[in-house]
Write a protein that binds this ligand. Structure first.
Ligand code: ADP
Length: 390
């Protein structure tokens, strides 16, 4: 058979075969060089293993991670099975199964036992080199530092929640009891006659001051715990059908109790309820945070206004104060973790803060599918708002 130009067709076929094979060989060589470069770069630990356990090749990063020498590797006796702690054997079996079935495995967290017998935490991802052999390439990332940090953080959270919060709750309970008893005591005419009115006032003031300090500490501890929960992804939100107006009224009542001296003006629609699907505790927490900030940063003789705007798709709650206002260039940052506007002073000894409150608010509202924002002009006060889908 001949082609249109008169060349025998089978020869062209052979020529094609040869060039194709050459190209394939070149591609293979190129990818082998690339792979070798990756292994030698020692960015992550890399090993070539069999599915049954033998480690055929390893780069320096892996060897230093497990503490074995290249000579020990060359004996051919190093096996990932024997350096895997018993509690990780099962997950390793799953990896082998995944590799057999799909050729790749999802990254897993596991550990190796190094030569000194200590556990090293790693993140491992693997792929089969080809379908005909049982050779695999595994990428191993040292996670020791991260694990140490995680342990320290867990320890810290434990200390915060137990060692700090528990005694604080007890102190607060006792103080509140003392305050109530004292009020009952001074209502009794006999007692008030034996104590002069200035002594009574002094005791009342110190009890109130102690309680205020405790509330500040309680808020700081809760902020820290909430922020670690956000980082861990363990923040709990329990959405349910609820009435936004009721949440606003209850929060405002609590706030009036905390700061009876500052006027809180509520402007809500005349309707009886605003039904939303949300976690009432969390929405109350966000509103309380906005109001507390308004208290903290605006003069006590200026009222704080709270309102609701209902739109077709969403409902917006806002808190307006007549405080110092926030410069436009820092407005986006007030939602950042640990951000505080330099020189922005709070009153009443409430300046102790971590700059976490608004960050937590933003996360909580985002979890509800809503948005947060602030409108503010320097010297004219600020309006913080959040919206929720209806
Ligand atoms: P903090 O616990 O420090 O108050 P927030 O996250 O609640 O942290 O607020 C971040 C910063 O934003 C505050 O430190 C303060 O400087 C500023 N800020 C918050 N609310 C107001 C407000 N109503 N008026 C002026 N500045 C505010």
């Amino acid at each position: 058979m001949y082609d249109e130009q008169g060349h025998p067709l089978h020869l062209i076929g052979v020529a094609f075969d040869i060039t194709e094979r050459k190209r394939m060989e070149e591609t293979l060589r190129a990818s082998e060089t690339k792979l070798r470069r990756l292994v030698d770069a020692n960015i992550v630990g890399i090993i070539v293993t069999t599915l049954s356990g033998q480690i055929l090749e390893a780069n320096d990063t892996f060897l230093s991670l497990v503490g074995y020498t290249r000579e020990e590797l060359m004996t051919g006796k190093l096996s990932w099975r024997t350096i895997t702690p018993p509690e990780y054997q099962q997950i390793s079996d799953q990896v082998v199964q995944e590799l057999r079935q799909y050729g790749v495995c999802q990254p897993i967290e596991k550990a190796y036992i190094n030569k000194e017998g200590k556990h090293v935490s790693v993140l491992l991802a693997a792929a089969r080199l080809d379908e005909t052999t049982d050779y695999n390439i595994c990428f191993i990332l040292d996670m020791t530092e991260q694990k140490d940090l995680e342990k320290q953080r867990e320890l810290l959270i434990g200390v915060i929640s137990h060692e700090l919060r528990t005694p604080l709750t007890a102190i607060k309970g006792n103080l509140q009891l003392a305050q109530r008893r004292f009020q009952r005591y001074i209502q009794n005419s006999q007692a008030s006659s034996s104590l002069d009115s200035s002594s009574i006032a002094k005791i009342e003031v110190s009890l109130e001051q102690a309680l205020r300090q405790i509330r500040v500490q309680e808020r700081l501890i809760n902020d820290l715990l909430e922020s670690t929960r956000i980082e861990d992804g363990t923040l709990a939100i329990n959405r349910q059908p609820c009435d936004l107006l009721r949440i606003i009224n209850e929060t405002v009542d609590d706030m009036r109790f905390i700061r009876p001296t500052q006027a809180l003006l509520v402007e809500v629609p005349t309707q009886e309820t605003i039904q939303i699907n949300a976690d009432p505790g969390r929405i109350g927490q966000v509103l309380a945070n906005y109001i507390m900030n308004a208290f903290k940063y605006s003069p006590e003789d200026r009222p704080v206004r709270i309102g609701v705007t209902i739109e077709e798709q969403e409902v917006r709650v806002w808190v307006q104060d007549q405080g110092p206002g926030i410069p436009p260039e820092v407005q986006p940052h007030v939602w950042d973790r640990f951000y505080r506007i330099p020189g922005n002073k709070a009153h009443n000894g409430e300046s102790k803060s971590f700059g976490l409150g608004l960050h937590i608010c933003r996360v909580l509202i985002a979890e509800h599918g809503g948005q947060v924002g602030v409108e503010s002009e320097l010297g004219k006060g600020s309006t913080f708002w959040f919206s929720l889908p209806r």
